[in-house]
Design a protein around this ligand. Structure first.
Ligand code: GN1
Ligand code: MG
Length: 366
């Protein structure tokens, strides 16, 4: 009860009013805490920003403002109807700030709730195609974002070399004594480390560019309307410079898995090639025109890389004693690591087919 009153009081810092305000938990993100707010006629999303992870909240919010304003302008220029449901709208405080801080040091933000929308944890090939169009369009709209590169809200976020360094530090420290239990998986990851650093090498050689990426293209970060048309892309905390193969790969990791991200039954976990093909077709239809050959040739590799990276990240957190991701039970991060590794093995087995799908699709839209 007290918690709810506190949440209402935070809402009032944005809207100036606690009368008729209802607040309840929303969604299942691993990082921030989200709440649905109803205030009279209006509906909002209130979020407690995980400040241990997003250390510079003003810059984070400034990124989101730049991105949403730019997209809004593009949509308006294109004569799109219903712009408020097609892009997120941040709610400022009465004195114009895009976040507030409470007495306990928590950071909060609010945005409009997009009505009549839904997200999926599991989709079909047609929805994957639509999601691919949406993320392709997202990158395209942000290609001419003015004002220079976005702030890196989490430094080296999708940099596997840096992720491996952290992983190795955790393995060496073995802080909570879990290493012996996971040594086999650690060895499997080490055996692939060199291959997985390919993107960083290509970038150093000047062959792979960075663009404005979403960097969390999880399948449930796309909102659909009641007719299953894409409304908009959400969760913009990590929009920052990155490789397009990362965004392609993270969608495949989450959307083209026949099992769940944390599936305890590894028999469920394998790549769904029809969903892979749907997404590749949608994405390339909008993106092939601006992608370089090297970017296209490495999209399927991106699926392996992001699944590998997620295995490394979950396993690092397990070895460290679960400090980063929210967990629902004791060895949740280990279960997640094993499920992601199983998906990686399936992606490896199907790699030639995935590569063929991408090249065929790119040839159609280039
Ligand atoms: C986190 O917050 P959420 O659930 O959208 C994480 C992603 C991971 C994902 C794994 C800032 O995303 O990078 O891929 O969990 N976000 C951050 O499901 O670390
Ligand atoms: Mg996120």
């Amino acid at each position: 009860m007290q918690e709810v009153n506190k949440l209402k009081e935070i809402v009032a810092r944005f809207t100036g009013n606690v009368e008729g305000v209802e607040v309840k938990p929303l969604g299942a993100g691993h990082i921030n805490d989200s709440f649905k707010v109803v205030a009279g006629e209006k509906e909002y999303v209130l979020q407690r920003i995980n400040h241990a992870i997003f250390k510079n909240v003003p810059q984070l919010q400034n990124n989101i403002l730049r991105v949403t304003m730019h997209i809004r302008q593009k949509l308006m220029d294109a004569g799109v109807q219903d712009v408020d449901r097609r892009v997120l709208t941040l709610i400022p405080t009465p004195d114009g700030k895009l976040f507030c801080q409470d007495e306990d040091g928590n950071y909060w933000r609010m945005m409009d709730f997009i009505r009549d929308s839904k997200s999926y944890d599991e989709i079909n090939p047609e929805l994957a195609y639509r999601a691919g169009l949406a993320f392709g369009d997202f990158q395209k709209m942000l290609a001419d974002l003015p004002g220079g590169p976005l702030f890196e809200t989490i430094p080296n976020f999708h940099n596997i070399e840096s992720r491996l360094e952290t992983f190795r530090d955790s393995v060496r420290a073995n802080k909570v004594g879990r290493l012996a239990e996971v040594q086999g998986l650690v060895n499997e990851l080490e055996a692939r480390a060199d291959e997985m650093c390919k993107a960083e090498r290509l970038h150093r050689e000047g062959k792979l560019v960075k663009r404005t990426n979403h960097c969390d293209t999880k399948v449930n970060n796309i909102l659909f309307d009641r007719n299953d048309e894409v409304l908009c892309v959400v969760d913009l905390d990590t929009v920052m410079p990155g490789y397009v193969l990362s965004d392609f790969g993270d969608f495949i990791r989450t959307g083209a898995n026949k099992g769940a991200e944390d599936d305890p039954n590894l028999d469920n976990v394998e790549v769904d090639l029809e969903i892979f093909e749907g997404y590749a077709n949608g994405y390339l239809e909008n993106a092939a025109s601006f992608l370089t050959d090297i970017e296209i040739e490495n999209l399927a590799f991106g699926a392996k890389l992001l699944t590998y990276m997620q295995t490394v990240r979950f396993l690092t957190d397990y070895i460290d004693g679960d400090n980063y991701y929210k967990i629902s039970y004791g060895n949740h991060n280990l279960v997640r690591s094993k499920a992601q590794f199983k998906l990686l093995q399936s992606l490896e087995e199907n790699f030639d087919k995935m590569q063929e799908i991408v090249l065929k699709s790119a040839a159609k839209f280039k």
